[in-house]
Design a protein around this ligand. Structure first.
Ligand SMILES: O=c1ccn([C@H]2C[C@H](O)[C@@H](COP(=O)(O)OP(=O)(O)OP(=O)(O)O)O2)c(=O)[nH]1
Ligand SMILES: [Mg+2]
Length: 155
């Protein structure tokens, strides 16, 4: 059995009492993300092309600058229903103390109804390294140099 390393503790504020019964959690021992639910009072119909900012009712203060949160789509919603994120990926700063919001975009061809407390997206905690930029006149030459955007071919 793999050992479970100590997990960082994240301070979370519930901005709506109904969230107490719907706290995000890791669904399996190996889950990378915790699902975030839609805090809605009524179903939200998204026509094709619509994009709406949806509340989660949660504020998570990561506090450690060596960590960040990412909000990612759920693959089932994205692939089967075209429900993805209007910002493609949400990046949550470690000093952000506001409510986690999910930009929900219906990129599909059919209307989609988001139900109250439906699991909409997932929250992943990731390590971050903050860099110091140092201005230089030139780089030590690398094999790649400035080749990019398919410079190495397709196969
Ligand atoms: O899907 C998202 C993306 C961002 N945020 C919050 C947390 C994040 O720390 C903050 C700022 O996000 P970002 O820096 O990506 O947006 P910005 O447009 O650059 O806003 P700002 O000027 O506030 O940095 O907004 C969310 O709640 N959900
Ligand atoms: Mg920003």
């Amino acid at each position: 059995m793999p050992t479970i390393p100590d997990r960082p503790r994240l301070a979370v504020k519930l901005l709506d009492e109904r969230l107490r019964d719907h706290l995000p959690h890791y669904a399996t021992a190996g889950s990378a993300g915790m699902d975030l639910r839609a805090l809605l009072d009524a179903p939200l119909v998204l026509a094709p092309g619509d994009c709406e900012l949806v509340r989660t009712g949660l504020a998570i203060h990561i506090a450690d600058p060596g960590l960040a949160g990412m909000i990612l789509p759920r693959s089932g919603l994205g692939h089967k229903h075209g429900i993805v994120l209007g910002n493609l990926v949400g990046l949550i700063d470690s000093d952000y103390q506001g409510e986690l919001m999910v930009s929900v975009w219906n990129r599909g061809a059919a209307p989609f109804t988001v139900e109250p407390f439906e699991r909409l997206a997932q929250y992943v905690l990731v390590p971050v390294v903050q860099a110091e930029l140092q201005v230089v006149d030139d780089f030590h030459a690398s094999v790649r140099g400035d080749g990019g955007f398919g410079s190495s071919g397709r196969h």
